[in-house]
Write a protein that binds this ligand. Structure first.
Ligand SMILES: [Mg+2]
Length: 389
């Protein structure tokens, strides 16, 4: 079997463009990959215009390791976000094809299931005014949709430090959410790499009494020593540190593991070269007793890939999911995903990824000119900065 045609497709929403990759074979099987490329869609599409004829067309979709290795090494230059995203797009599509060819769900080809259901947490639910009252009401809607865990960034446009008044506002916001969901629902605090270590430590100390399940990206992602400084002071507060969505290769994780700088890693399958690279990373993490909670801001195909990995990965913790809140219509672009019930996805159904691309939905929602800037006021409303590219 050979890959005979590869077609990128982009679905637009007010704050994110989702890039799909439709991969067809000479035996009539079709697979699909998808990634939420943040603000750099043209970068990925541009690289794909070179990589499709160079690497994908004519490849055997069963030779996933070979294809990923060729895309990683044979251009010579170092691979980062753009390359590892394009690689993931075709890698996930190949798993979809292989699963369909063998009439098995993908997780059955990667060791088989180790759990019967997959814990989920909600994100994208707080597109409201940044007040305790509105966050309180929004958090209640998360529970009404069947979730038992939720994540949010209460820090506004903060960077490196926060003014004293902003710190007090943050505490009120987190208190309002904890009050809304009760003591036994998990809340995760997203810091988006905003802070210098001492500020991240101070904020976590203030918020620890609300029992967050983790603080995420307490410092920017480039400096593992700074992360280690933050983690060493946060650990005695009883709060785990999570990070990793902006790390794109195995090699970038080496220092993090060696320094034991995080308790939970959050690779994004769709920016990390795909399912198998992430599965390898999870195995490496397990030797440090580190858990994996894959980042996922994507639509239904991205989520399906994450669920298949979760089903067969022993140190999986919990799966991020946006699509019950921010622009839920994106689920229609590839129906077939299980829904979250009582806090959990059921296992995805195969064969392959178990979702079916609906190109009409993508055609009806064309790419939008949008720039999501997480350091702008009111970014959390996820309206984007319209008209920018
Ligand atoms: Mg994050």
């Amino acid at each position: 079997m050979r890959i005979s045609k590869v077609t990128p497709l982009v679905l637009g929403t007010p704050w994110r463009n989702l890039t799909f990759l439709k991969v067809e074979t000479d035996e009539g099987l079709t697979g699909v990959g998808e990634a939420r490329v943040l603000n750099r869609t043209d970068g990925v599409l541009g690289y794909l215009s070179e990589a499709i004829p160079r690497y994908m067309l004519g490849s055997d979709p069963f030779q996933i390791e070979r294809l990923v290795q060729r895309m990683f090494r044979e251009d010579y230059g170092r691979a980062g976000e753009i390359i590892m995203t394009a690689t993931a797009l075709v890698e996930v599509a190949c798993w979809d094809i292989v699963g369909k060819a063998l009439e098995q769900p993908v997780y059955r080809l990667l060791g088989g299931e180790v759990r019967d259901r997959i814990k989920a947490y909600a994100n994208g639910w707080y597109t409201v005014e940044r007040t305790p009252g509105e966050f309180h009401e929004a958090a209640k809607t998360v529970l009404e949709k069947g979730y038992r865990a939720l994540k949010f960034d209460p820090f506004g446009a903060g960077f490196y430090e926060l003014e004293r008044a902003e710190k007090l506002r943050v505490i009120e916001l987190v208190e309002a959410v904890r009050d809304a969901v009760g003591p036994d629902v998990e809340i995760m605090i997203e810091m988006h790499g905003r802070f210098n270590p001492v500020t991240a430590i101070e904020l976590t100390r203030e918020l620890a009494r609300f029992r967050p399940s983790w603080v995420e990206e307490p410092v920017p992602p480039e400096n593992i020593a700074a992360l280690r400084k933050a983690s060493d002071a946060i650990a005695p507060l009883g709060v785990p540190v999570a990070t990793g969505e902006r790390m794109h290769t195995m090699y970038e994780y080496r220092e993090l593991f060696e320094m034991q700088a995080a308790d939970i890693i959050q690779p994004d399958i769709t920016h990390f070269g795909g399912i198998l690279n992430t599965k390898k990373l999870a195995a490496w993490a397990e030797s440090y007793y580190v858990l994996i909670a894959p980042h996922n801001v994507g639509g239904p195909v991205s989520t399906a890939a994450a669920l298949h990995l979760a089903a067969c990965t022993t140190n999986f913790k919990i799966q991020e999911h946006f699509n019950d809140f921010a622009d839920a219509f994106v689920l229609e672009a590839a129906p077939g995903l299980p829904k979250v019930v009582d806090g959990y996805f059921s296992l995805p159904q195969g064969p392959g990824l178990g979702v079916t691309l609906d190109e009409d939905v993508i055609a009806a929602n064309p790419r939008q000119k949008v720039h999501l800037n997480l350091f702008a006021e009111d970014w959390h409303k996820r309206g984007g900065e319209k008209g920018t590219t």
